[in-house]
Design a protein around this ligand. Structure first.
Ligand code: EPU
Length: 416
């Protein structure tokens, strides 16, 4: 297994080009199954997860051509409405194919995703909504067996604005008979892009970008060409690194999608400069402690919580970080403490006491965002850090090592 070596303490300076958003492209790839013909997606990031999703689409019989950053999916050969455990267990977002497969074939066999590093992540909202749309759902040997000669429109209300459930039901509803309404829908930019894509394909969707979506079912969707939005979590990760260690400019950003992060950076004393599509975060000599609670969009993203904790480790005082989306997403905490941080957790809150410096150590990455937080902490630490199990980072960050190198960091990948 490869690892990442970091020689900490170097100043970061320069600009990075942000890749396409992982959490936008994965449902978009699933959505391509809804069209008859060849859909092309541009600005696809070269990630473990996009490769996994491409393999999953191939299992269904679709012809997939992945030539980063371009991807085409031809559905005319599709014949197998199945998502096997071997693939789903490595990437929960595989569950996105359930809605499209059921809608296309009238049946689907999709493995349950199971838990993950930070506890159970259920799919009950997805299943309850599909049942309401007329599907019969059985759970057998770890698989969801869904059947519906046709899906029918209905009204769905999620108890929590789940990103995945909103995407799945949105896709299922596009070719259902009648009108579906989704109340308390997720408003994340990635879901907005999915809805825009479906609309371009001929779906009739109202309320895009709001928490109330109305979908009038149509018979067919047509293939299109579309480019993926920049990854706001990758943007946030590099801005936090810049705020701690120098001056980093992220190009091709959408500042309006990062308002909560930019406000928090400002409170932390970071100088933030916005110039149309680029954002620069600069260290000003001091990091103020800033409390925060993660929330659904437009709140502070749970996917930046780990990176923010790494930032707060070196703040001049104590801070409190609560994750209201995932209550147990703190696997990075013991690893950050190995680097000399002073963090305690209680329920879904981390209490961080700022320390004067971090010291390099061997640490282990446990999920995508935890890995990013360890890289930030390792870059800021004195001495050498070795991050192992980096297959997690390969799932969600395109060439993170090369991008940090271009900013002046001493960081390299070590092949095992
Ligand atoms: N939930 C349920 N039942 C469901 C679905 C969700 O109780 O059927 C709960 C979850 O347990 C959680 C909350 O609702 O407490 C939110 O989960 P959501 O469904 O919104 O998450 P997701 O769709 O599984 C996506 C991202 C995650 C990101 C979350 C929250 C993708 C592929 N994944 O997951 O991204 O953390 O939304 O914003 O879009 C990552 O990129 O590292 C990552 C984990």
């Amino acid at each position: 297994m490869d690892s990442i070596y970091i020689g900490g303490g170097r100043e970061l300076k320069g600009s990075v080009l942000i890749s396409g958003a992982k959490n936008a492209v994965l449902p978009m790839m699933a959505a391509s199954l809804l069209a008859d013909g060849t859909t092309t997606i541009e600005n696809v990031p070269n990630l473990r997860d996009t490769i996994t999703m491409a393999s999953l689409l191939e299992v269904t019989g679709a012809e997939v051509n992945l030539d980063f950053p371009s991807l085409s999916v031809n559905t005319s050969t599709m014949d197998t409405p199945k998502a096997p455990y071997e693939l789903v267990k490595t990437m929960r977002a595989s569950f996105y194919v359930l809605g499209p497969l059921l809608s296309r074939f009238g049946e689907a066999k999709v493995s349950l995703p199971g838990g993950c590093a930070w506890g159970p992540r259920p799919v009950d909202f997805h299943l309850r909504a599909l049942k309401k749309m007329g599907a019969s759902i059985k759970l057998k040997e770890g698989y969801v067996l869904a059947k519906a000669p046709y899906l029918k429109g209905c009204s769905v209300r999620f108890d929590f604005p789940s990103v995945g459930a909103t995407g799945n039901i949105l896709m299922a509803a596009t070719r259902a008979r009648g009108t579906t309404t989704i109340e308390n829908a997720a408003m994340e930019p990635e879901i907005e892009q999915l809805a825009e894509m479906l609309k371009l394909m001929g779906a009739q969707i109202e309320g895009i970008g709001t928490s109330y979506l109305t979908v009038h079912g149509v018979e067919h969707l047509k293939p299109i060409t579309i480019s993926v939005i920049p990854d706001r979590i990758e943007i946030g990760t590099f801005l936090i690194a810049g705020a701690l260690m120098g001056k980093v400019t992220v190009k091709n950003s959408v500042p309006s999608q990062l308002t909560s992060l930019l406000e928090k950076l400002h409170s932390a004393g970071t100088q933030v400069d916005i110039d149309r599509e680029s954002i620069t975060a600069s260290f000003t000599g001091r990091v103020n402690p800033v409390d925060l609670t993660t929330a659904v969009y437009p709140g502070f993203p749970t996917d930046l919580q780990a990176q923010w904790i790494a930032f707060m480790c070196l703040a001049d005082g104590s801070s409190m970080l609560t994750d209201s989306v995932y209550h147990d997403r703190f696997s990075h905490v013991p690893e950050l403490n190995r680097l000399g941080a002073d963090i305690k957790t209680e329920h879904n809150t981390a209490f961080v006491r700022g320390v004067k410096k971090l010291k390099g150590a061997e640490v282990m990455s446990t999920d995508i965002r935890a890995s990013a937080s360890l890289i930030i902490a390792g870059l800021a630490a004195e001495g050498e850090t070795l991050v192992s199990r980096i297959y997690h980072i390969d799932r969600g960050y395109e060439n993170i090592v090369g991008k940090f190198q271009s900013l002046g960091a001493e960081i390299k990948r070590i092949k095992s």
